[in-house]
Every structure is written in C-alpha cells, then in structure tokens.
Design a protein around this ligand. Structure first.
Ligand code: ADP
Length: 462
C-alpha cells in the first residue's frame, strides 16, 4: 500500500513518509490500546506520573530537534515552534502532577448504618483525532490527560503533519510508556474514524478539527454512546474600544492574528473597532503588519510562514475576492506573496459589514477583517451573532465594561486586554458549534473519568 508523503510547505520538498495502514492494521492497534487498559489503569497514580515526567524530560532535552521537525512539516517559524513545544510540554508536566490529585468525595450519609463515597475512575480505552495546525501541542494535551487519568489512548494525527506525532510516540516508548498505552495510527481518516467510533470498547473520543467532521464523529459515536470532547471551529470577535490602550490592543491583535499565519481556531476572525478610534487603529495596524516579514520558518525572528497546502491558499484567495466583490476594500496585501508557493501576504480588509460571507466564515489565513461599531450594546450583539462560541477578545480600560463583556459574551473563553489564550492551567474549549468539553486545568482530566457513587450499607454503626 502507498505511504503518506509529508511535504515541507515552505519549499515543497518531500520530508519523509509514513505508513498508510490497512483496516486490519488499525484494528490491531485498537486491540493493543484496549488490552493495555487493565494494567495501566491499575498502576499507582504516582507511577503514571513518573512515566509522564520522564517523557517530558526526554522531549525537553531534544527540544530543538522537535522544533525543527515541527517547522519543517507545518511551516510555522522556529520561535513559534519552540513556543508550541513549551505549551505542549506544559500539559505533560501539569497532568503528571494532576494524576496524583484525582480526588473523590465522601458525602454525609443518608443511611444511619451506611457510608457514601464517590470515586473517579478512568473511563476506559480512548481515541483522539488531531489537526495539523499544532502538531505537537494537540497531541500532548490529549495524551497526557488521558494517561494521567489512567486511560489508554490511540491517536490519529493529521495527514499533513504526522511526523512530530511519530517522534512523540518514539520518545514515549523511550520514557517507558508501554505499548498500547499510547498508540498511533496513520492512514485514511474516514476509515480510521469509522473504526474508532464503531468500536464499543473505545469509551471516549477527543477530537480537534472542523465542526463538520466533529458532527460526523458525534453521529457515528451515537451508536455506542461514547463520551466526546469536541474542540471545533471558531469565529472569534476581537473588540477594540476607544477607552483601550490602543497600542497594546494592536500589538495583541497582530500577534494573535498572525500566529501560525492565522491558521488557528482561536485566531481573531472579526475585528470590531469603535468608530471613535477607528482611524488610529487602522494606521497602527497597517504600520505594524507592514513590518512583518513573510518567509520560510527556519529564521530566528518571528516571520509569517506559508499556509499548509494549496487548498488553504485557494480558500483564502476565494474568500478575499468574494469579500471585495461584496464591497470591502483591501488596504494591505490581498494576494499570494511574491515568494510564490504557499506564501500569502498578510492582508487587511476594511469597510466590512456583517452581511458579507466573510463574517460567518472561519478565515484560517493571515487576513485581518476589520469592522467598525458605535457602542457596547451593539458590538456585544454583533459579536454573539455567530453559530460559534470558542473565544472572544476585547480591549478596554473600563472595569465595569470588562465585567459586562465577561458576562455577556457567548463563548467558552473571554480574553480581556491580551491576545494570548492558552496555557496548561486553564480550561480551553468552546460552546455552541465550537464544541463541548474542556482541555487543560483540572477540568480537562474530568473528561476522562467516570464518577462512581458507592453506598456501604449494613455497617452496624448504630
Ligand atoms: P481541517 O479542515 O482543519 O483539516 P478537519 O476536520 O478536516 O479539519 O481535520 C481534522 C482532523 O480530522 C484531521 O486529522 C483529519 O484527518 C481528520 N478527519 C478528516 N475527515 C475525517 C473523517 N471523515 N473521520 C475522521 N477523521 C477525519
């Protein structure tokens, strides 16, 4: 069977290839994951913690090797790859600790001769499917949580970026994480998705990717009633009020927007700027974006790398031409970069209105789509006018307004006066069609356990 070929999006060169597994091979890997569960779940939390910690330390010692591979297969620049690795290692470290703190409860008894305990038990063998935009962090954040809780996990990385995942698996083995506890398969996503979802022994699936595939997996999982964690699409508003520190707001916007060339589910998708500071924001934004270099990611400084593949370029290009036809103005960029290939110019679109297609489309490219607004009430309504609800950003110096935004914005995460969302200690996730379930923090591990109530009656206490 043909292998899956992995190309460097900056150069178009073949980096490596990986197995395109048959149905039978995938099923064997699922069996390994299932068979490893009894012994892994019985290990002491402290033992699991030590193995996770060893995995963490081995990766950390080879951080540069991982960073170069990540940049090669994904295209993001080295400084971003290093940042992603730190972020991803944070999850292993966090859950190595959290493994030891999966506390249950005792509840005042309702039975004069009884006692009530509540324990948290690993849900069982689990599976995960991950996207290409964070090839390192997406894997560690799912695997570390599952393993810490006492679950085993089989993972299918994205076809564009399986190499980082394969290296992570090799390091897990070196660290002593046994076969079956962390399994990995590569091959036809539809076939693998069907095997994962149809297998009643797999008790949970964690998926990060498009809303469309998330819904399909949820449908497929209904027959075996699997627990699901769904991290799906986003349509993040980024609101700048005239009472904000405007320079900080633009800095936060540019770093959030151009990270990974805008190919991030939490990337600012609709930038709402209050009319009273609109000209100032646009001038600063243009000045800031024009200073950013577009280049192959193997640079020390921050550069905007290529998009992941030709399909991504075509999608961004088509979206921009539709938006312009609908009346928007391109005030910066707007086409494939002079370097050619998969490089796209950072772009600023203005004079946008909410009835344009781009308003309800996840852009997934380095495109700033700027709208103007008049007042708080109006912008909150407009921000909430989307089927998604992953994250919202806002800049304001008003405490009351910040609190109102925190309360009224419909999303799983509200980020005020910062462009940075993630770290291992916070619950990452969305509402509405951005999905359900959380990753990171102590909430994340709850997704991998079942709560069990036991009544010990007849204790002859009276
Ligand atoms: P994107 O558009 O960002 O690639 P997708 O949702 O298509 O988002 O992909 C995210 C992950 O889902 C990838 O690992 C991809 O291979 C996988 N995937 C795509 N189609 C299916 C499917 N039918 N069943 C299971 N997984 C799928």
């Amino acid at each position: 069977m043909e292998t899956i070929k992995v190309y460097n999006p900056s150069t178009g060169n073949l980096i490596d290839e990986c197995a395109n597994l048959s149905e039978q091979e995938v099923k064997i890997a699922v069996d390994l994951t299932v068979n490893a569960f009894p012994s892994w779940s019985k290990k002491l939390a402290a033992e699991r913690s030590v193995l996770l910690r060893q995995w963490h330390d081995l990766i950390k010692a080879d951080k540069e090797v991982f960073a170069e591979l990540l940049t090669a297969e994904n295209g993001k620049c080295l400084s971003e790859s290093r940042g992603e690795i730190d972020y991803g290692l944070g999850f292993i470290e966090w859950y190595a600790e959290e493994a030891k703190r999966l506390y249950g409860d005792t509840i005042p008894t309702h039975d004069p001769n009884g006692a009530v305990i509540v324990t948290k038990n690993p849900i069982g063998p689990t599976a995960a499917i991950t996207p290409w935009n964070f090839p390192f962090m997406m894997i560690t954040r799912k695997i570390a949580t599952a393993l810490a809780a006492g679950c085993t996990m089989i993972i299918k990385p994205a076809e564009d970026t399986p190499l980082t995942a394969i290296k992570l698996l090799a390091y897990a083995r070196k660290a002593g994480i046994p076969e079956g506890v962390f399994e990995l398969v590569t091959g036809d996503p539809k076939m693998i998705g069907q095997i994962f979802t149809a297998d009643a022994r797999i008790r949970k699936i964690s998926f990060t990717g498009s809303t469309q595939i998330g819904k399909l997996l949820a449908e497929q999982s209904a027959a075996t009633l699997k627990k699901l964690t769904m991290e799906l699409g986003g349509n993040a508003p980024f609101i700048i009020f005239d009472d904000a520190n405007i320079e900080n707001a633009v800095k936060g916007l540019v770093s959030a927007k151009l990270r990974n060339s805008g190919q991030v589910c939490i990337s600012p998708n609709r930038i709402y700027v209050q009319q009273t500071c609109y000209d100032q924001v646009i001038a600063l934004l243009k000045a800031s974006v024009s200073q950013i270099r577009v280049d192959d990611g193997l640079q020390e400084e921050f550069v905007v790398g290529p998009l992941i593949n030709q399909k991504a370029i075509d999608k961004v290009q088509a979206l921009i031409s539709t938006t312009v036809k609908q009346g928007a103005k391109v005030i910066y960029g707007g086409k494939v970069h002079a370097k050619g290939g998969l490089f796209y110019e950072p772009t600023i679109l203005t004079e946008l209105t909410d009835d344009m297609d781009i308003n309800q489309t996840e852009i997934f490219g380095p495109v700033c789509a700027v709208y103007s607004f008049d007042n708080e009430e109006e912008v909150i309504a407009r921000a909430n006018h989307t089927e998604y609800g992953l994250v919202a950003y806002a800049y304001t110096e008003s405490l009351g307004r910040a609190f109102r935004l925190s309360q009224r914005i419909e999303s799983g995460m509200v980020i005020l006066n910062s462009g940075s969302v993630g770290t291992a200690s916070v619950p990452f996730g969305g509402i509405k069609e951005s999905g359900y379930g959380r990753e990171g923090s102590y909430y994340g591990i709850e997704e991998y356990v079942e709560v069990k109530y036991t009544l010990f009656s007849g204790l002859k206490l009276q």
